[in-house]
Design a protein around this ligand. Structure first.
Ligand code: A3P
Length: 296
């Protein structure tokens, strides 16, 4: 496959204790000074927690019945801009967000809570945080970094898992990310904290919770329709949600819509890796009330 020469794997750099790439930090002043609007909805996640899933749900909730063209010709990453994205040959996320013609703006970020532009908090924007258990997040992220040619080189699984634990994967550490938003929720009521595992278990129920958080009176019929449309198989088939048009992703290595399961980590972790991971996890998560399910 041919990739323009600007699509090369880059090194991660430490930015205030967070692993980022220079594309993002180069544009930091613009990101930091981003002007949120009170009706903006921010979807925040550590990568691979179900960002695209929840993005599509919110898009359907707000715009599913507006223009048919939106659903058939506008990929999800253009409907829901990736705030801090600033990659070669594509418009930056803040640029896309500023040009969105529809309201509310639904914006996605992978930034840890302490790096979110302060305007979102000042404007009291609604924030939807999606969290996924660490083991499945690491596995999903590994396959993503293998196929996404502008990610830092993932290396082999064992090396990658160690890097994940060390907080040296992009937007990591995972531990601080999930705990940071969990703590924020205690003082910021406009934050809805949800779990990938609950979504897999009962998407319809999570959709109900979302509607109530967002103050939407979406009908039961409509919610049923959305639940069907956002099923893994439907999103995998849907060219607007499966990322198939992104040239830097090599689906021959791994598709973006890979498995969509809880517990795939069991197919990757060795017994030794699992023991080491659990021990480290316990230490890292010892002072939080946050609990995850690694199987359902
Ligand atoms: P897997 O790699 O485990 O399959 P993100 O959008 O945050 O990058 O997350 C991607 C992960 O969410 C992938 O996990 C992907 O398959 C999963 N995913 C996306 N849409 C989904 C859906 N409708 N149902 C279940 N999982 C979904």
């Amino acid at each position: 496959t041919f990739f323009p020469c600007s699509y090369t794997r880059v090194e991660l750099t430490d930015f205030e204790g967070v692993s980022l790439v220079h594309f993002i930090t180069d544009n930091w002043e613009n990101i930091k000074n981003f002007k949120a609007r009170p009706d903006d909805i921010l979807i925040a996640t550590h990568p691979k927690a179900g960002t695209t899933w929840v993005s599509y749900i919110l898009d359907l909730l707000y715009f599913g019945n507006t223009s048919p063209e939106r659903q058939t010709s506008l990929p999800i990453y253009l409907r829901v801009p990736f705030l801090e994205a600033n990659f070669p040959e594509t418009p930056s996320g803040e640029d896309l967000a500023n040009k969105l013609a529809t309201t509310p703006r639904i914006i996605k970020t992978h930034l840890p809570v302490q790096l979110v532009p302060k305007s979102f908090w000042e404007q009291n924007c609604r924030v939807v945080y999606v969290a996924r258990n660490a083991k499945d997040s690491a596995v999903s992220y590994y396959h993503f970094d293998r196929m996404n040619m502008i990610s830092a080189e993932p290396g082999d699984w064992n090396t990658y898992l160690q890097r994940f634990m060390d907080g040296k994967t992009m937007f990591g550490p995972w531990y601080n990310h999930v705990c940071g938003y969990w703590e924020k929720k205690q003082t910021y009521p406009n934050l809805h904290y949800m779990f990938f595992e609950d979504m897999v278990e009962d998407t319809g129920r999570q959709l109900e919770h979302l509607c109530s958080f967002l103050g939407l009176s979406t009908s039961t019929e409509e919610r049923k329709r959305i639940t069907k449309g956002v099923h893994f198989d439907a999103m995998k088939q849907n060219k607007m949600t499966n990322y198939s048009a992104v040239p830097v992703m090599d689906f021959k290595i791994s598709p973006f819509m890979r498995k969509g399961k809880v517990g795939d980590w069991k197919n990757h972790f060795t017994v030794a890796q699992n023991e080491q991971f659990d021990k480290h996890y316990k230490e890292k998560m010892k002072s939080t009330t946050l609990q995850f399910r690694t199987q359902i």
